[in-house]
Design a binder for this molecule. Structure first.
Ligand code: UDP
Ligand code: MG
Length: 302
């Protein structure tokens, strides 16, 4: 059986569209399940899914109790998937269903995971492109997993991979990183990303920053180590500056000192706040993990 998981947030105009496209791509096969996960949309997304599910028993809908974010919505769908081969993709038409047969063929060549990579970022604004590039630069510099800038959450994998994936219990998930981290036998296919079929991107600056921080902090403690080295360097230069100041004092070149003092305080204050912030990021995540809250809550199923 083939399971296709579609996280959907404000996708009322895309539910039917993606359904038609997928069925056309996989030749209307019977051993198929489409799992729409309505991530707390405030529009008619779930009603659209309900209507589809009434007509076609292959369609299932899960409605989360509020907006938990794409990573959690994906997890919710994957938890319900019964197939031997599982596809995760966006519901907005940016991940072309026509690629699914190609991915299935690639998987049958003996791979466990087939990832996709977009060769362009059509439909993404200038700001988004720049943000994405900077984000992946930082994440790859800071962490121990290597993640490709153009990889997207459109992939197919087998049961064994899904079972392994479901063993990851962490909150504040960065699924792309988890898949990279997992290993197994992975392949990659390229495609051209199109525009959204309808609606607009649900990612804003706040959501993107959260994803970026999740990606960085869940894959390394290197920022903590960076703080340590930064602190060392500053202490060392501070000592040299201190010796210089003492020598000055003894040889009579009295230094007015106002400027240097101010600069020192400002820089130190900045570094301290920055480091505290990083520690806070990790601490916050530890706090979230220790509560062991569910990743999402289900309000309704069809
Ligand atoms: N999505 C979701 N919850 C969210 C944000 C997005 O389930 O809080 C879904 C959305 O419906 C879409 C996919 O995740 O199917 C990708 O979202 P979007 O198209 O907004 O992101 P972009 O394509 O701009 O990266
Ligand atoms: Mg999109």
């Amino acid at each position: 059986m083939l399971s296709i998981v579609l996280p959907s947030y404000f996708e009322e105009a895309n539910v039917k569209y993606i359904y038609t496209q997928i069925l056309a791509a996989v030749d209307d096969r019977d051993d198929l399940e489409l799992i729409y996960v309505d991530d707390g949309s405030q529009d008619q997304t779930f009603e659209e899914v309900r209507a589809l599910a009434k007509k076609d028993p292959r369609v299932r809908g899960i409605r989360l109790s509020r907006n938990f974010g794409q990573q959690a919505a994906n997890l919710a769908g994957l938890n319900e998937a019964k197939g031997d081969e599982i596809v995760m993709m966006d519901a907005d038409g940016q991940h072309p269903p026509a690629l699914i047969p190609v991915m299935i063929r690639k998987l049958s060549e003996g791979y466990d995971i087939v990832n996709t990579k977009r060769t362009d970022m059509e439909g993404a604004g200038f700001f988004r492109k720049v943000f994405s590039r900077i984000f992946y630069r930082i994440i790859n510099f800071l962490s121990d997993v290597n993640i490709d800038n153009s990889q997207v959450d459109f992939r197919i994998f087998n049961r064994a991979t899904l079972n392994a994936f479901l063993e990851f219990n962490e909150h504040n998930r960065f699924n792309r990183g988890i898949f990279t981290w997992m290993g197994f036998n992975q392949a990659q296919i390229e495609f051209r990303a199109g525009h959204r079929n309808s609606g607009q991107s649900n990612y804003n600056f706040r959501k993107l920053t959260k994803l970026a921080l999740d990606g960085i902090t869940s894959f390394s403690t290197r920022p903590l180590r960076l703080c340590f080295y930064l602190g060392l360097i500053i202490i060392f230069s501070g000592m040299i500056y201190g010796i210089y100041a003492i020598l000055n004092y003894f040889f009579g070149h009295t230094n007015p000192g106002w400027t240097s003092l101010l600069i020192t305080i400002l820089i130190l204050g900045g570094v301290q706040l920055f480091s505290l912030g990083i520690i806070g990021e990790y601490l916050g995540r530890i706090f979230i993990e220790t509560k062991k809250r569910p990743h999402y809550l289900i309000r309704e199923r069809v």
